[in-house]
Design a protein around this ligand. Structure first.
Ligand code: SF4
Ligand code: SF4
Length: 642
């Protein structure tokens, strides 16, 4: 390994650093004096060219860097722009296209770390300090080779709802072996509770069964019911998953027992609200290990459960959630043309209330037991509510439907027609403000209605409206499934909304920060079934691209031991955050056999904990050596002193 003095001697005099400063529209240049920054950057040691562009990540911006590299004006690059998580890869690729080692690149974040948080001279000075530090490091950069690790052509899908089944089939059809782990005995997920699916009106059971049959028959898919992940280790291409099978308590579950008896190896058995049974229900606990190349998470969502008393829920038996109502509606299917009857009670008039458990406002709505508010829009409930309302009006024309909403948007192809259809079919709409929501109270007027819904209707400029009803249906939003154990085990990033967090919503929309872990469906955000299947297919494509060559390449930013300097103290082993990333090996020094540390590159996190404790400086992280850090610190100190 190169030491600091050698690196400085070799690189300091010869390096030609190109500094490329981005305006980011006005995002950066509105707060940083980019022109004076460029003038000053020209005088930094080792800088051969400084250029500016309105959008450095645009084609013209990239072409500017490419040209300088190809003409030999510069031989390493610093881009001062947004966060490296957004565009570091973009700019490394420019170096590759120019035939230069992509690791001769350093990024300075002058947007999130400067223009978004500072103004005026202070912003310009800080931007210069960051560019000076990046330039000082860039002068000491060395070409690096990416790591190449073997990759298993096997993918594990966790969850067998619509998204999980879609991802498993897409992968299996591309020739990968797939293991599908599902915590219940059933496949189909939440879709199994639906009757018909908007906007096409297909039976949810048909959709589930068509995928379930193909999963059953596919020779490359192994389905594990009643299975959960209990151990997780490894890295992309070589993950090890410990799986535990826990048999359900079949004697207490009549529906499952009957379905199990009816099950044959040829045809799935569908049970409404539960799903399709596609494999025998396990009878004994089991634990085994899966060696897999990538993991697709399809753990789904759960419907929001209203608090006791929220719009009368839990207080009045006539208040149901939309999923409960859809189930009840499914069971009343044969009575077409009559008044809707639920639990033996005729429903002459019913209210539907939107945004229950969604778009919650701090200070206005009460936090849930976990201390969270669901501030997001659940996206699917408008269409689902109107679809149910339209079905009621069509099948039970004597039942009046009143729809209470904050805002309505039935986005997506064919969805707006549901809204129009409901309106034409005499669903009556009232609009309320969030601080003045509908009140559900007992009714003591004529007609024997149990409840009344009162609202100040903003469509009629605040008129007080009281609607006597037999039933209130709450359009509840989506919450992420309870996957705390998985989050903890796999160290998954979770957003402020508690859904799993992708690396970037546009640039890497189905990838997680750990390469090889992908997201499919509503574990990421509220989605309808079509969107879930799109996301699942996207995740399957990503996994296939990652594993298709039989190996994966990883960034080389891992620790490396200089065997000549290692004195075998073992401090690095103790400090190391990743089990197995450092091991002992024997080597020769001055004609003697000595024991020294060695890094298993594919396991190393590149965190540097080992570097901090090594008493002899024998271990360093490639791309972030001590010499490079010292050069950055010196540049910062020089700028601060200036
Ligand atoms: S490179 Fe980053 S800072 Fe520059 S325009 Fe693109 S997004 Fe904005
Ligand atoms: S960089 Fe981190 S993970 Fe890698 S060997 Fe050092 S301590 Fe272990």
């Amino acid at each position: 390994m190169e030491n600091r003095a050698e690196a400085s001697a070799r690189n300091d005099q010869t390096a030609r650093v190109g500094v490329y400063i981005c305006h980011c529209g006005g995002n950066i240049s509105d707060h940083v004096d980019v022109e004076s920054l460029a003038d000053k950057a020209e005088h930094l040691p080792g800088v051969a060219a400084v250029r500016r562009n309105m959008f450095m990540c645009s084609d013209p911006g990239q072409a500017m860097i490419l040209e300088d590299l190809q003409k030999g004006v510069v031989d390493r690059v610093v881009v001062a722009s947004c966060s490296p998580s957004l565009h570091e890869t973009t700019f490394r690729r420019v170096l590759e296209r120019a035939g230069v080692n992509p690791y001769m690149y350093e990024h300075a974040n002058i947007r999130e770390q400067v223009s978004w948080v500072h103004h005026g001279d202070a912003a310009t000075q800080k931007a210069l300090t960051l560019i000076a530090a990046a330039t000082a490091k860039a002068r000491l950069l060395q070409p690096l080779d990416p790591l190449r690790v073997e990759a298993r052509q096997h993918v594990t899908v966790i969850g067998a709802g619509m998204a999980g089944m879609r991802a498993a089939l897409d992968l299996a059809d591309r020739g990968f072996s797939v293991a599908c782990i599902e915590k219940t005995p059933w496949v189909g997920g939440r879709a199994a509770a639906l009757d018909r699916v908007a906007p096409t009106g297909e039976a949810a059971s048909d959709l589930i069964l068509s995928l379930a049959r193909r999963i059953m028959q596919h020779p490359s898919i192994t389905f594990y019911p009643c299975a959960r992940l209990v151990g997780f280790d490894g890295y992309v291409g070589n993950f090890s998953l410990d799986v535990e099978i826990v048999p359900p308590e079949v004697p207490n579950d009549e529906e499952l027992r009957r379905a199990h008896e009816a099950w044959t190896a040829k045809e799935p058995v569908f049970v409404p609200s539960r799903g399709a049974l596609i494999a025998p229900v396990p009878s004994t606990p089991q634990r085994f290990r899966l060696e897999t190349g990538a993991v697709v998470l399809a753990t789904g969502f759960r419907p929001y459960v209203p608090k006791h008393g929220e719009y009368g829920y839990g207080v009045y038996r006539e208040v149901l959630t939309l999923p409960q109502f859809i189930e009840a509606l499914r069971d009343t299917a044969p009575q077409k043309g009559s008044t809707l009857t639920i639990d033996g009670r005729p429903i002459r008039s019913m209210a539907m209330i939107h945004c229950v458990g969604s778009r919650q406002i701090p200070g206005l709505h009460e936090e849930g037991p976990s201390g969270h508010l669901n501030e997001y829009c659940s996206r699917t409930c408008c269409a689902a509510t109107l679809f149910a309302a339209a079905q009621v009006r069509e099948r039970f024309p004597q039942t009046h439907v009143f729809d209470f909403y904050r805002d309505i948007r039935t986005y997506g192809r064919g969805q707006e027609e549901i809204y129009q259809h409901a309106a034409k079919n005499k669903v009556l709409f009232f609009r309320f403000e969030p601080e003045n929501p509908p009140q559900v109270q007992p009714f003591d007027g004529p007609g024997g209605f149990p409840l009344t819904v009162s609202v100040q209707d903003t469509l009629t400029f605040g008129e007080e409206v009281h609607v006597p009803v037999d039933l209130v249906v709450l359009a509840v939003g989506m919450e992420p499934s309870d996957i705390g154990d998985l989050v903890h085990l796999m160290k998954l990033p979770v957003g402020a909304d508690r859904f799993l967090l992708e690396v970037h919503p546009k640039l890497r929309p189905v990838e997680m920060a750990t390469t090889g872990i992908l997201l499919a469906g509503t574990c990421q955000a509220p989605m309808d079934i079509g969107e879930c299947c799109n996301a699942a297919s996207a995740a399957a494509s990503k996994a296939a691209v990652l594993l298709s060559k039989g190996f994966v390449t990883l960034d080389p930013f891992v620790a490396e031991v200089d065997a000549q300097k290692c004195e075998g103290t073992g401090a690095c082993l103790e400090a190391c955050l990743r089990e197995g990333a450092i091991r002992w090996v024997e080597g020769q020094r001055n004609g003697q056999t000595v024991r020294h540390a060695e890094v298993v590159a594919a396991l190393c996190l590149g965190c540097g904990a080992c570097v901090a404790v090594c008493p002899t400086g024998a271990i360093q992280v490639k791309g972030s050596t001590l010499a490079q850090f010292e050069a950055m610190v010196e540049a910062i100190a020089a700028e601060v002193a200036a």
